[in-house]
Design a protein around this ligand. Structure first.
Ligand code: ADP
Ligand code: LRH
Length: 497
């Protein structure tokens, strides 16, 4: 098996993949060896991640590397942010890995604001206010299950927990820790003032470890299952942190857009901006690789499109024996003539056709919390249109046009916000992630924002993950070199406005 290679395990909210990367003639090559659908399950009254499934798929994916002829030197794991598990003193899970879209954080803004003004919290941690930030999840847990916090010994985020299962080492990696709302934006260390104010026990939190660090070799029982013995290296374990590393930054100054379940639109800075202006515009400062900051806005993103697709196919996004939250085919939505499972291409085609027919899109505020976890995304969009005095979409094409146009306008507004805060304009939008395969969205984004769009690489997150492993191994001398290799190795499509 080939050993001069690295494996990226990149798990998003919608799907996970294992991608092997290696360098050949100065160019970076990728091979996807495993992919799986991620899912949530209903447990003890909450929507939870199935961490056993993630563990199984992780091992399966690493074994697939070997089956495909690779025995990677190192492995790095990244996942979505904010979510965590608690372990007791015997390293057993305490409670469930509740998923960020779960309703447990309802009402937590009020609880938190009575303790510390949101402006003050922002000044310290620099995090965009969103109901699912870890800090609000912990406040919800304090109220519902204080006994779990008491029984707990260690807080680990999802990638940290998977790393622990591979190596037995407990480390909390910095980029993902920066999505908790508990890390001081300036110092990059746990903010003990915030923790004390919110009565979140400091003792649960291992000191932060930085991307590039090695956690050592996988445990012997893991090596036996996967057929080789890689070391585990920390990439930017927050998927968005890895994705931003892989943005080729064509035509600067460029706006970065990591496009997947979420649309993460922003720029990379060398210091955090925790000003009142940034607070009011609700931009986040997430910690990046090697003292960089991602100054960005979370936009509801392709979650809306994923949800519509699932719903049309009658698939629930939370698996539950009692079949709660089962997607319903909207009564007056017509998807006749397809005769097969609805794919993303069908949704794009419906939007293209509606556009060609001159349909005027109704507009919704995609960032309204009502779209975070609605029982039916289609019904929620229709209701939002009606409440705003606009026609509710009656065909799939009208529905898709509404989503696309609303998303593109939200991108435009976010770019305006960035421009106002930075005091200068931007020359292009660089999109990475699964969403950059959506031609309709790329075209509309370019039109609505009036900027050229550069789409690619699709596997930006896995690439950014691999980039840090390659740097840790000395395959590239510095970040600039690996970024240049990424820009040279992958085709990027330009879409004119
Ligand atoms: P995550 O990592 O958050 O799970 P991805 O980066 O895999 O998400 O992006 C998933 C999204 O990409 C889907 O919701 C879909 O909108 C879009 N997408 C994926 N494949 C295609 C495709 N072939 N055509 C158009 N859109 C696609
Ligand atoms: C994207 C992402 C985003 C977080 C959200 C929870 O996958 O990591 O950056 O805010 O998931």
């Amino acid at each position: 098996a080939r050993t001069d290679c690295y494996a990226a395990v990149d798990i998003g909210a919608s799907s996970g993949r294992v991608v092997v990367g290696y360098v050949e003639d100065g160019l970076i090559r990728l091979q996807e060896v495993h992919r799986f659908d991620n899912r949530q399950v209903r447990r003890h009254g909450h929507d939870c991640w199935d961490v056993d499934l993630l563990h199984t798929e992780l091992l399966r994916g690493l074994a697939c590397c070997k089956e495909a002829g690779f025995a990677p030197k190192t492995v790095g794991i990244d996942t979505w942010g904010v979510d965590f598990v608690l372990l007791d003193a015997d390293d057993n899970l305490v409670g469930d890995a509740v998923a960020y879209r779960d309703a447990r954080t309802n009402g937590m803004y009020e609880v938190a604001d009575a303790i510390m003004a949101p402006e003050e919290l922002y000044r310290r941690v620099g995090l965009q206010r969103q109901p699912f930030n870890t800090i609000y999840q912990l406040l919800a847990l304090q109220r519902e299950h204080p006994e779990q916090l008491e029984a707990a010994d260690t807080f680990l985020m999802i990638p940290d927990y998977l790393n622990f299962l591979l190596t037995g080492q407990k480390a909390v990696e910095y980029t993902n820790a920066s999505t908790t709302g508990l890390l001081n934006a300036e110092t990059g260390a746990w903010d003990e003032t915030v923790m004390a104010a919110f009565a979140i026990p400091r003792r649960l939190f291992p000191n932060v470890t930085h991307a590039g660090a090695s956690l050592g070799s996988v445990l012997p029982e893991v090596a036996e299952v996967i057929g080789y013995e890689p070391r585990v290296v920390l990439p930017a374990t927050h998927d968005t942190g890895s994705a931003y590393l892989a943005v080729p930054a064509c035509e600067p100054p460029a706006v970065f857009l990591s496009s997947g379940t979420w649309s993460l639109l922003g720029v990379e800075n060398r210091s955090p901006i925790c000003s009142e202006g940034a607070f009011r515009a609700n931009f986040t400062n997430e910690g990046g690789y090697h003292f960089r900051y991602r100054f960005l806005k979370n936009i509801m993103g392709l979650w809306m499109i994923q949800s519509i697709r699932r719903e049309l196919n009658g698939i629930a996004y939370v698996v539950d024996e009692k079949a709660i939250r089962k997607g319903r085919l909207h009564q007056y939505m017509r998807v006749e003539g397809l005769g097969h499972e609805v794919g993303f291409a069908d949704l794009i085609k419906a939007a293209d056709e509606a556009e060609a027919a001159g349909v005027i899109a109704s507009i919704v505020n995609v960032n309204d919390d009502r779209f975070l976890a609605p029982d039916s995304m289609i019904e929620e969009i229709c209701a939002a249109c009606e409440e705003a005095g606009q026609p509710a979409p009656e065909t799939l094409g009208e529905l898709m046009l509404c989503v696309y146009e609303s998303l593109a306008r939200c991108y435009r507004d976010a770019i305006e916000g960035l421009t106002a805060l930075a005091g200068h304009g931007y020359a292009s939008i660089n999109i990475v992630g699964g969403g950059c395969r959506d031609d309709h969205l790329n075209r509309r984004t370019a039109q609505v924002c009036g900027l050229p769009v550069y789409a690619g690489p699709v596997e930006g997150t896995a690439l950014g993950n691999l980039a840090v492993q390659m740097l840790a191994d000395g395959a590239f001398p510095h970040l600039k070199a690996v970024r240049a290799a990424i820009a040279e190795s992958f085709e990027v499509t330009k879409v004119e406005p």
